[in-house]
Design a protein around this ligand. Structure first.
Ligand code: NAD
Length: 498
């Protein structure tokens, strides 16, 4: 029977009141397992009002005490790791080990937030002029919102939520309506960790909820992670209303394979980065650029590995790759594969026909591998977000770097080589936010912040780490003097300080 999933408001689970719901399915079986409430504008308004009131006391709570809540959250998330992972696997489809890894990546940001008292400390300068001192502090923004995608239902709410609340804000999470159960448990863990009611709330919903957050005058900042089309919309709608917006978006990550690279390492890297989580990662590698004469050897090594991928329900520990999130998304990915064939790419491994006994209604497909993909093809230009890897042949290094730089997206990239000079030239010259050298998925650790370039981001701030502190706080600078009986008279002109 489908469970009812409401919202998490004012420290408790509450049912939705809009009368609208969405279906949550188990991607491995196709079964409808939940009915998620879709918030109305009025429900968003109520949650913002609760957050606004609660935030005042939270902002006044010493950062040391705020960070103690983060320490508690860290140990609760570790304790409930299996529950968090299971909820994600049952609604997203990713393998259970990958889901546990995701919690680990979210925890890295919680760990960073455990040091918020240090990260938020101000700067003080004595004697900026005679008997005058100056200091800068960072203060929270108020009620901030986070709109998150389906593919990381715990990690991305931690990227935003842990940073936002540690900085003294109240955070309203609008998770993906496809897999809302894990974020609901996260909200309960925040509360159990000691966060006051109203500071981390979850409002489930769709476009109506997002539009209500964008329009609300008491929400001065919005973080978004999701597709480029929606991210651009959120950025424009938000900034038009003078909100601070960061929108981290879609990707088409290239891995440049140099002729001197260790091809066994490259093959392992491409299998993991291309097909892990069924390619539903913004940092997945979806294009391998084979430089010089390496293409044939690469295809020879890759093809049998792609064909042998163990595809199965994520809950089965033997599975290397689970199903796609929904039937609709699986069909869209298949459509891209059909299109690639039509446009003349060579489909070396065809995963379209995969059937799994007992899981006929699941959203499964096997891994697909294309060779001879060219710049003008739809499968090269678009983000597919599925288990489809395209190999593009490139005559030389300069052509390869040109491909990466000319692509509309700029999230992540990698180069595999034994040549330090080539690697350095690549890392310095490439127009991409996150670069790996013999590292296929270069997701930065929490204290280095995350963010792409070009159509992979709108806004000026990366997410988490010190970028998160900057995004979720306002800078205030105070200049002070305590004159002792000296009167200098009115000063009508600026003059050099002394
Ligand atoms: P999506 O854009 O469909 O949804 C993201 C969020 O926007 C969800 O909460 C959804 O409910 C909401 N939304 C959807 N349609 C909307 C509309 N018309 N108006 C207002 N809000 C709307 O993205 P998705 O399919 O959930 O996630 C996959 C995408 O996210 C991929 O493009 C992937 O690359 C991207 N992503 C990017 C990063 C990054 O850090 N750059 C990380 C993870 C995922």
């Amino acid at each position: 029977m489908a469970v009812e999933i409401g919202h998490y408001i004012d420290g408790k689970r509450v049912p939705g009141t809009s009368g609208r719901t969405g279906e949550v399915t188990n991607p491995a079986t196709g079964e409808v397992t939940g009915k998620v409430a879709l918030a109305s504008t009025a429900e968003i308004g109520k949650a913002v009002e609760i957050a606004r009131k609660a935030q005042l006391a939270w902002a006044a709570t010493p950062p040391l005490r705020r960070q103690r809540v983060m320490f508690n959250l860290k140990s609760l998330m570790e304790k409930r790791l299996d529950d968090l992972a299971r909820l994600m696997t049952l609604e997203h489809g990713k393998t259970i080990d990958d889901a546990k890894g995701e919690v680990g990546r979210g925890l890295e940001v919680v760990e960073f937030a455990c040091g918020i008292a240090h990260h938020m400390r101000g700067d003080f300068t004595e004697q900026v002029a005679t008997d005058m001192d100056s200091w800068s502090i960072r203060q929270p923004l108020g009620v901030v919102a986070g709109i998150t995608p389906f593919n990381f239902p715990i990690m991305i709410p931690c990227w935003m939520g842990a940073m936002a609340v540690a900085c003294g804000n109240a955070f309203l999470l609008k998770p993906s309506e496809k897999d809302p159960s894990a974020p609901m448990l996260l909200a309960e863990l925040f509360a159990e960790a000691g966060l006051p009611p109203g500071i981390f709330q979850v409002v489930n919903g769709d476009k109506e909820a997002v539009d209500a957050l964008l329009a609300h005058p008491d929400v001065p900042a919005i973080s978004f992670v999701g597709s480029t089309a929606i991210g651009e919309y959120v950025y424009h709608q938000g900034t038009q209303r003078n909100k601070r917006v960061q929108a981290l978006c879609g990707a088409k990550n290239h891995m440049v394979v140099m002729p001197d690279a260790d091809l066994d390492q490259v093959t392992d890297a491409l299998i993991g980065a291309g097909y892990g989580a069924a390619g539903e990662r913004c940092m997945a590698i979806s294009v391998a650029v084979a430089v010089g004469d390496v293409g044939d050897r690469l295809i020879e090594k890759l093809a049998p590995r792609v064909a042998a991928l163990k595809v199965g329900p994520g809950i089965d520990p033997q599975s290397e790759m689970g199903p796609l999130v929904t039937r609709q998304h699986r069909d869209k990915v298949m459509g891209y594969v059909n299109q690639g064939v039509k446009e003349g790419a060579k489909l070396v491994v065809d995963g379209r026909g995969l059937k799994l006994q007992g899981y006929e209604n699941g959203n499964f497909m096997g891994g697909c591998l294309f060779d001879n993909v060219t710049k003008d093809m739809t499968i090269y230009k678009d983000e597919i977000f599925g288990p489809v890897l395209s190999v593009v042949r490139s005559k030389n290094f300069d052509e390869a770097i040109g491909l990466v730089n000319d692509h509309a997206y700029g999230n992540g990239t990698a180069i595999f080589t034994r040549d330090g000079d080539a690697a350095r030239t690549f890392a310095n010259g490439v127009k991409i936010g996150m670069v790996g050298i013999n590292v296929p998925i270069p997701v930065p650790v929490a204290y280095h912040s995350f963010g792409g370039w070009k159509a992979s981001i709108f806004g000026d701030h990366g997410i988490y780490g010190m970028e998160g502190v900057r995004f979720y706080t306002k800078l205030k600078t105070i200049t002070a003097r305590w004159p002792t009986g000296i009167r200098s008279g009115a000063e009508f002109h600026f003059k050099a300080r002394n």
